[in-house]
Design a protein around this ligand. Structure first.
Ligand code: YH5
Length: 284
């Protein structure tokens, strides 16, 4: 089934697995050590990801890694908006904004963003209305607890059923707030209030989230579950494990993979894509 997302000035085809490149604009970012803080450096990194085959670029100014504290709205705005403005003008792919702050959603949309990616699934005060007003697609992610404390003692009776139920409730909250179904994506939120066993259950049963209907977005790249599976591997040695997880997710039907290592992920997904091409050379 062919599907498209209307991302502002760009139409994003979701008839196969797509790659979302991660662009952190946080000074305390876990994975890039804050190297991409300056605007020029951020633009270079974004272009590098596009040249490596990224289908969209996700810009985030608030670290939501375990234990991280929130940043002020003014600080987040000043990190994110100039970068989105510059990228949206020049990049040939949509730019999404990783934020749970309504003012940042609005300003990012005005600056040309093509998608909202909210790790709180629009549960924050004013977030549903802000997202609705932008007219942009929204990714609804599951998280148990809040970033500062979410890894303290995450507990579930049935993680897959609970994540599915939560996403279903958030889809309905969006529909009631007049954000139409066509604008929604869902995401299990790997590592957000989850132990390794919870993350593995979700990865094993992704089909139960695909069946919700909206396209599934998955972010596993370099996360601690990969480090744990690999016996405590540090973050800079998690590429091959991350690739394996991305392939598993794509085979289960995930439509957007949120990753740091765009080029290697694009290659891995091309192998999947090749299997879907029939003798006439068409496929997804
Ligand atoms: C996600 O899954 N994740 S920010 C800890 C790491 C590595 C990476 C080294 N925003 C997601 O990427 N948005 C983030 O350990 C997200 N889905 C969506 N939709 C956390 C992150 C990371 C954290």
């Amino acid at each position: 089934m062919a599907r498209h997302l209307a991302c502002g000035d760009h139409l994003l085809s979701l008839d196969g697995p797509r790659v979302m490149g991660i662009l952190n604009v946080t000074p305390d970012s876990f994975s890039d050590g804050g190297r991409f803080l300056s605007r020029d450096a951020a633009l270079r990194q974004a272009w590098h990801m596009v040249e490596a085959g990224a289908d969209l670029v996700d810009v985030g100014g608030e670290s939501t890694r375990p234990g991280a504290r929130g940043v002020s709205e003014a600080e987040e705005l000043s990190r994110v908006v100039p970068v989105i403005e510059a990228l949206a003008k020049t990049l040939p792919v949509p730019v999404s904004v990783d934020t749970r702050t309504p003012a940042v959603m609005r300003a990012a949309a005005d600056a040309g963003a093509g998608m909202i990616n909210d790790v709180c699934a629009l549960r924050g005060d004013g977030a549903l209305a802000a997202a609705q007003q932008t007219g942009l697609p929204v990714c609804l992610m599951h998280m148990q607890g809040e970033p500062r404390t979410m890894q303290t003692e995450p507990r579930y009776k049935d993680v897959v059923a609970e994540v599915r139920g939560f996403l279903e409730l958030r889809i309905h909250a969006c529909l009631r707030a007049e954000i139409p179904r066509e604008r929604l994506l869902v995401d299990p939120g790997f590592g957000f209030g989850k132990q390794l066993a919870h993350n593995l259950s979700l990865l094993r049963h992704l089909d139960q989230l695909v069946s919700l209907g909206p396209p599934l977005l998955v972010g596993i790249s370099r996360k601690s579950m990969i480090g744990q599976i690999l016996g405590g591997r540090p973050v800079e040695q998690r590429l091959y494990g991350s690739l394996a997880a991305a392939v598993v997710a794509a085979l289960a039907g995930a439509r957007i993979l949120r990753v740091h290592d765009v080029g290697p992920t694009v290659d891995a997904l091309k192998v999947i894509r090749a299997l879907h091409v029939d003798e006439r050379g068409s496929g997804y």
